[in-house]
Design a protein around this ligand. Structure first.
Ligand SMILES: CCCCCCCCCCCCC[C@H](O)CC(=O)SCCNC(=O)CCNC(=O)[C@H](O)C(C)(C)COP(=O)(O)OP(=O)(O)OC[C@H]1O[C@@H](n2cnc3c(N)ncnc32)[C@H](O)[C@@H]1OP(=O)(O)O
Ligand SMILES: NC(=O)c1ccc[n+]([C@@H]2O[C@H](COP(=O)([O-])OP(=O)(O)OC[C@H]3O[C@@H](n4cnc5c(N)ncnc54)[C@H](O)[C@@H]3O)[C@@H](O)[C@H]2O)c1
Length: 891
């Protein structure tokens, strides 16, 4: 029996495509063997492969979905490791585009293929029949072309080239692997040079570039027209030529020209172009060379995009051009040189494209799709015809005017009318099925006897009608005892709650409607979660906010590997309304892992994954996000009152704050390896307090270097910096031992301890005898929220820091101090007693980024020094009132 699963794939060739295809397969958690030729480098026989693996970590856009996916790739060379091939179900050859090299390779590896292993080539130009010439029939029946697009992780298109000799079980097996495991869309192409997308894409590139150079036109203007009016990706045409590389373009086009018939129009437009030859000579071959049509120059860290001046091959900064044309029709009607240029280009392009039917493919929709998926065109070339005032008639008329022959597909009337609806692939499939329920925002289909619900609003946003229909549909599914699938008709899942609807309610001051919407959304999510049939959500593209909440409340999630999903509103400090945060934690719990996320790779690797580490979720999600929500809510009167009550009533701690403080304290602890002894009673000592301590400094062999009893203000570094840092947080009567790294043991000032070696570790023992004056920060009465965290060395007692600060009275929102209003950042040493005590307390242990919001009692806002800083009008503060301090680090 034929084995239907793919457990291991071998990729041969670790160049641009081979290594990235290996990464794509590894991303799907499938084992990969990556082979290449033996290297003569001192780096060893596998040096080429090691370099390729290293490159995978640094390439942009990232070929790996996670660096751990590298573990799925095993490397080897084509001399020592050929036996690895016999373990593989598919062998994808991605070696240099030379037929003799490919043939030699096949001869070498075929003896190692296991029965039914599929052999595939990634060639871009060499026909299947030439590649398989001379092979035994047993190999021919499983030899195909799988043409991936660059970069393989991101380009959805895969052109599959087969012939009648290929066994149908093999076709099924490879098709399942490419679509289900790798998430590709397959377009079958006939065995013709360049297949579909490159034949058309490269034709357009050469046509535009060579004609523009001949007509002495400006690449910047042409690219701007292509991106603005034709909605091509931002690279435009010249930028894409640079990206592919002029050398590679030459190889592809020469190969095409060689293999295409003499009457093919590619031959005619591939004009000899001296300027391009000169650019090749000068290594101006695009991004990987010393420049191309464009170049990015970096001077003093500033990047400038430049364009080539063909007169002397120098580069000039890009000038922005005002677009003279508002639409394609305006452009084509214009008598300007660019209008004429585009007329010529478009007519030739479309005649060529239509001329490929039926030899290259007999399916015009596939041509359209291939250009969208393989070349990232927003609008496919056939759809673009709809934007021309007279559609294809315009092309026909222009062809007659220009005396250009029409392709037989047109002249022999074999064409059919294009159906616009067929450009939306998912829609056709579902629309062929029966609609059971429908409103203006969602529809329920019976598709292959399965219940499928799809949202039909703009961006699949969630509004009342969507929720109504989902609730109704869950009930129906339960009645029928059938599982329910939520599948988009589009290439994205949902942009979440309808923000325009919410904005309308807010604008109309209609908070009742807003509450109702919120409640309906919550009811819908609860209905999904507790339904007694399975809810299976299939997500692709993005699932943001409420979209993510639907996934989180589903029983199964079938997620495309490249799905972007998350509770995005949290990042700007807004709480999701439909239960997403709760569900995120619920799914992260060990016992709820039974509800899996199924990704297309059969492995859990989206941000919803249930085995997501809970500590990581708490650390990242809470620290970064919930704090932002709190900070935002503190901007409102209700929010302020809520927190004031929370703190006043019971001193209840809010765990994430404590966690934040702990993280930073831990960092201090990690820096110094501190051990504390005894509980103590009074304290804690805070930077800015005047303390009396007894200390000892010892070397690592326990030889005493220095000891004394000293009274000083914490943060003034009278002994060595580390002593102030370690004393911070101690209680009177407590002692601490710490090991300190060299940079905290030495301080070059008049107070420094003699005989301290700059490069040595030291031990410190400290006993805290007293704290003066008796004014303490009670950690239970202080809440701290950070809008940003980073794993950086925290600020410590005595460090100099620059920040902006604002102090607000919680009870009425009155701003007592705002450094921005005074147009002045504050620069202070943490522990300076002329600033409020709470400032030093808040800064100590904070990583030097972002904004920290602190809520604490008025008494901690008092400064203890004699030269009290302007920062606070001290007599305005009540000892027991709650104030909010916002500190934003500047440098
Ligand atoms: C959160 C507000 C709080 C207010 C008070 C609270 C009241 C309580 C009510 C309950 C709320 C529950 C909220 C729920 O639990 C969580 C959420 O869902 S919040 C929403 C989260 N979603 C987003 O933030 C996504 C926003 N959209 C985008 O980021 C981008 O549009 C996109 C989806 C990445 C697509 O980008 P592009 O391809 O570039 O497309 P455009 O941006 O040009 O958009 C095209 C078109 O679609 C409209 N649109 C996009 N998203 C939404 C949306 N969520 N709601 C309504 N309309 C949306 C966009 O405006 C464009 O429209 P056009 O300009 O063409 O008319
Ligand atoms: N680069 C692209 O954008 C792109 C896109 C689609 C398809 N392709 C096709 O993919 C294949 C690989 O192209 P690439 O761009 O990755 O090339 P590349 O030059 O980056 O890599 C070629 C690899 O082949 C290896 N190699 C060289 N001689 C060999 C030999 N005798 N035996 C075995 N291996 C040998 C090299 O060591 C190298 O790792 C080609 O067939 C190309 O047409 C390329």
């Amino acid at each position: 029996m034929t084995q239907t699963t793919i457990d291991k794939v071998c990729v041969i060739g670790s160049g641009v495509m081979g290594s990235a295809i290996a990464a794509l397969i590894a991303n799907s958690s499938c084992q990969v063997v990556l082979l290449d030729i033996v290297s003569n480098d001192p780096g060893g026989r596998n040096a080429i492969l090691k370099k390729a693996m290293e490159n995978l970590k640094h390439q942009r856009p990232d070929p790996l979905s996670h660096f751990s996916k590298l573990d799925f790739i095993k490397i080897g060379n084509l001399e020592d490791d050929l036996q690895l091939i016999s373990e593989c179900d598919i062998i994808i050859e991605a070696v240099v585009e030379k037929i003799e090299v490919k043939h030699q390779l096949y001869n070498k590896i075929i003896p190692y293929l296991k029965d039914n292993a599929i052999l595939a080539s990634n060639t871009s130009t060499i026909p299947l029949k030439k590649l398989k010439a001379g092979m035994a029939d047993s190999i021919k029946s499983r030899f195909i072309i799988t043409h991936f697009f660059n970069p393989p992780r991101y380009m959805e298109l895969l052109e599959l080239v087969l012939d009648s000799e290929v066994n149908s079980a093999i076709i099924d097996k490879i098709a399942k692997f490419l679509t289900i495991n790798l998430g590709k869309t397959i377009i079958k192409s006939n065995d013709t040079p360049g297949f579909i997308a490159n034949r058309i894409g490269c034709y357009l590139l050469e046509l535009v570039v060579r004609k523009a150079i001949k007509d002495d036109l400006n690449p910047v203007i042409i690219d701007k027209i292509f991106t603005n009016l034709f909605k091509l990706p931002n690279t435009g045409i010249f930028g894409l030529y640079d990206l592919i590389g002029h050398d590679v373009m030459k190889l592809i086009s020469s190969s095409l020209v060689k293999s295409l018939p003499t009457h093919d129009n590619y031959q005619e437009i591939y004009l000899p172009t001296l300027l391009l030859d000169k650019m090749l000579e000068k290594n101006l071959i695009g991004r990987k060379g010393d420049g191309g049509f464009y170049r990015i120059s970096v001077v003093g860290g500033v990047k400038t995009k430049e364009v080539i001046d063909f007169s002397d091959f120098t580069y000039k900064p890009l000038k922005d051009y005002d677009m003279e044309y508002n639409s394609i029709n305006e452009l084509l009607e214009s008598s300007s040189i660019y209008g004429q240029f585009f007329q010529d280009i478009l007519v030739k392009f479309y005649l060529y494209l239509i001329g490929l039917i039926p030899t290259v493919t007999d399916n015009i929709y596939d041509i359209n799709k291939a250009m969208k998926l393989g070349y990232s065109w927003k609008i496919g070339p056939v759809e673009l015809l709809y934007q021309l005032k007279e559609g294809f008639e315009w092309i026909k008329n222009q062809a007659l005017l220009k005396n250009l022959p029409l392709p037989p597909y047109i002249t022999n009337n074999s064409y059919k009318l294009i159906e616009a609806s067929k450009f939306q692939f998912n829609r056709i499939n579902l629309e062929e099925s029966r609609i059971l329920l429908k409103n203006n925002s969602a529809e329920l289909y019976l598709y292959q006897n399965r219940l499928v619900v799809s949202i039909t609003t703009k961006m699949n946003c969630l509004n009342e009608e969507v929720f109504d229909l989902i609730i109704q549909v869950v009930e129906l599914a339960e009645e029928r005892g059938q599982d329910l699938y939520i599948i988009p008709l589009t290439d994205y899942f949902s942009a979440g709650a309808d923000l325009k609807l919410i904005a309308r309610h807010i604008k109309n001051n209609d908070f009742v409607k807003l509450e109702e919407f919120l409640a309906l959304g919550q009811r819908t999510m609860t209905r999904l979660k507790y339904s007694n049939v399975n809810i299976i959500s299939c997500a692709v593209g993005f699932a943001l906010g409420g979209g993510c909440e639907i996934l989180l409340h589903s029983d199964f999630i079938v997620a495309n590997q490249e799905l972007s999903t998350g509770l995005v509103e949290v990042s700007i400090g807004l709480a999701p309304g439909f239960g997403g945060i709760k569900e995120m934690f619920y799914r992260a719990d060990e016992e709820n892992k039974a509800k899996p996320t199924i990704t297309t790779d059969g492995n859990n690797n989206t941000s919803l994954e249930p085995q997501q580490d809970k500590a990581e979720l708490t650390g990242n999600f809470l620290e970064k996000s919930i704090s932002k929500i709190v900070i935002n809510s503190l901007k409102t009167e209700q929010g302020r009152l809520f927190f004031e009550n929370l703190l006043q009533s019971s001193n209840r701690s809010i765990s994430q704050n404590d966690y934040i403080i702990e993280v930073n304290r831990d960092l201090v602890g990690t820096l110094f390896k501190i051990n504390s002894f005894g509980e103590g009673s009074i304290g804690p000592a805070t930077c800015g307090h005047v303390v009396t301590i007894k200390y000892q400094i010892l070397d690592t062999n326990n030889n005493l270097i220095n000891e004394a009893t000293k009274t000083f203000s914490l943060g003034s570094w009278p002994i060595i910096p580390a002593i102030d840092m370690i004393t911070n947080g101690m209680m009177v009567g407590q002692s601490r031992q710490a090991v300190i790294p060299p940079q905290y043991a030495y301080y070059n000032s008049k107070y420094r301890v003699e005989n301290i070696d700059h490069d040595a570790y030291y031990k410190v023992n400290i006993m805290l005898n007293s704290i003066l004056p008796n004014n303490f920060v009670n950690p239970a009465e202080v809440k701290i929220f950070d809008n940003e965290i980073a794993y950086k060395i925290p600020l410590l007692c005595g460090d100099k820091v620059k920040f902006a600060a604002k102090i607000t009275r919680l009870s009425n929102g009155e701003i007592l101090y705002d450094s921005n209003k005074q147009d002045k950042n504050i620069e202070m040493k943490i522990g300076d007693i002329n600033y409020p005590l709470i400032v030093s307390y808040a800064l100590h242990g904070k990583v030097p980024v972002g904004t920290r919001t602190v809520i604490a009692k008025g008494k901690t806002f008092k400064a203890l020094g004699s030269k009290v800083n302007h920062m606070l009008v001290q007599d305005k503060i009540e000892v027991d009132e709650f104030l909010m301090l916002e500190l934003s680090i500047v440098d």
